[in-house]
Design a protein around this ligand. Structure first.
Ligand code: 4AD
Ligand code: MG
Length: 477
């Protein structure tokens, strides 16, 4: 009775599985099967891929995984089930009874009554062997197969949990989720790193462009969020963004996911920074509590010491320094930089890394950048000369820049000046309109999702935290 209740509880925690009954076997994920605390012979069906096969005189042990957990489910079968097709990588459907396991390694095992090989696997030519550990660079050569390794499985489950945690953070804080467009006619950041969108064959229409205007893959949903922030006080978006940056670096992709938020009636960077720190810490705590084994695997095998580094980030308040202070710190540094630090010049990765170290490996907000370094929409601080804008970047250990944000210029007069200076007045008439019809002080930020995953898991190369990385000279699959 108790076991049946446990099974029911496990079934409830796995809503996709049908309710187990006394009749035909109920389909259960490996995760749900492993969660059954006191198994009592319940009949279930488990589907997945064989991770290992061990044959003893009269018994056959299979480890089956279906991607729902790092841990495999042990299937115990009579040796009469042994066949060449029951090999590493084969997909199987196992019917049987959940019983307590005599081994201390697991609480529960599946006593097989029927094993069906759904698709067999040519294990000899499969590029990975079970239990062997491969460098992440090696796995990267097999974008169609690497998700079957423990390490990629763990990273992708963390990615999925983090996505859900980010959505819950915003939902619980009262934000409205907006689907901003992928195809757009604006270059929000003004950096010209755009991929243009055109039909693959010549259209039989007289217009020069399919959309009548040049159209691009979005570099940021910010301007569309700003439109929305004229009607909703708190909005966010979380989707793919695209940048034609000619970079092979360990922190740049041509297609990456960005979490962006925009908040109306915000008058200080402090208020924005509170949300940024809250987003980072709450999401990370949720991930740590929902998939501890996956995070631990990454920390143990990819980045030893990362567990302590992450705890250090979580338990300390993030620091704040101004851009001017940052440049002074860099100028005083004994380190020789490839790009000598100078007021008015952008901070490079080497500078960001130095600053984070200087701040005791606690994430640090750098605020108030030179106006000339930043896009047209940032709010003029009214200081200088030279003038600065209310911009904020969050720098984190191991990665450098994780967030970029700012207060937006809500004053029509200042905004017109900036647009005129950059020759953008025509393009952004609609943006000026937003300032004419009930404008409010507002601000927002964007967080690179892959850089976030790199930061919490300690993964050195951004290409290993996205299922299908796209970067210069590479678009596999
Ligand atoms: O600093 P960025 O360019 O800011 C914006 O796009 C703003 N419009 C966001 C906003 O205020 N709504 O980009 C935001 C973050 C960066 O801090 C970085 O983490 C990430 O996006 N990022 C990249 N991640 C991977 N590959 C790239 N090529 C990236 N470029 C930026
Ligand atoms: Mg930036």
């Amino acid at each position: 009775m108790l076991a049946a209740r446990c099974l029911l509880r496990a079934w409830r925690s796995c809503s996709s599985a049908p309710r187990p009954t006394a009749g035909p076997a109920a389909a259960l994920s490996v995760r749900a099967a492993l969660a059954v605390r006191s198994p009592g012979g319940e009949r279930v069906k488990v589907q997945g891929w064989i991770r290992s096969v061990r044959s003893q005189k009269e018994v056959l042990f299979l480890h089956v995984n279906d991607g729902s957990s790092l841990e495999n489910l042990q299937v115990v079968a009579d040796s009469s089930f042994a066949s060449r097709d029951l090999a590493f990588g084969s997909s199987v459907e196992v019917h049987g009874q959940l019983v307590p396991s005599p081994s201390k390694k697991q609480n529960v095992e599946l006593k097989a009554e029927k094993i069906e090989v759904v698709g067999n696997c040519d294990a000899k030519t499969f590029p990975f062997k079970y239990k062997e550990r491969y460098p992440l660079e090696y796995l990267r050569q097999f974008p169609h197969l690497r998700c079957r390794t423990n390490v990629q499985g763990a990273i992708l489950r963390v990615r999925s949990e983090a996505t859900a945690a980010i959505h819950s953070f915003f939902k619980e804080s009262g934000f409205v989720h907006i689907h901003t467009p992928i195809i757009t006619s604006n270059d929000c950041e003004g950096a010209g790193e755009l991929f243009q969108v055109e039909p693959s064959s010549k259209m039989q229409v007289p217009e020069e462009n399919f959309f009548n205007v040049p159209a691009f893959l979005t570099v940021s949903g910010q301007l569309h969020l700003e439109v929305m922030s004229g009607a909703f006080t708190q909005v966010f978006t979380f989707g793919p963004t695209f940048r034609a940056e000619n970079s092979q670096s360990r922190r740049h992709l041509a297609e990456f996911y960005m979490v962006e938020a925009e908040i109306s009636f915000v008058e200080s960077l402090q208020d924005l920074m509170k949300v940024m720190e809250g987003l980072f810490k709450t999401t990370t705590m949720t991930v740590l509590s929902n998939c501890p084994e996956d995070v631990e695997l990454c920390h143990r095998f990819i980045a030893p010491g990362q567990k302590d580094r992450l705890e250090h980030m979580l338990k300390n308040n993030f620091l704040i320094i101004s851009y001017t202070e940052a440049v002074e710190i860099l100028k005083r540094a004994s380190q020789n930089f490839t790009f000598p630090p100078e007021w008015g010049a952008d901070l490079h990765t080497e500078h960001e890394k130095y600053l984070v170290k200087h701040c005791g490996n606690v994430p640090v907000f750098v605020v108030n950048y030179p106006l000339t370094l930043k896009p047209f929409y940032m709010r003029d601080n009214g200081d200088g000369p030279p003038p600065t804008v209310a911009a904020v970047d969050l720098l984190v250990p191991g990665v450098g820049e994780l967030f970029g944000g700012s207060l937006r210029e809500e004053r029509p007069h200042f905004l017109k000046q900036q647009l005129a200076r950059l020759g953008l007045t025509e393009t952004y008439q609609w943006y000026l309109d937003l300032r004419r019809f009930g404008s409010v002080p507002h601000g927002g930020f964007g967080m690179g999702f892959e850089r976030y995953l790199q930061c919490i898991l300690g993964v050195d190369n951004i290409k290993d935290v996205i299922p299908f990385p796209r970067f210069t000279h590479s678009c596999l699959l």
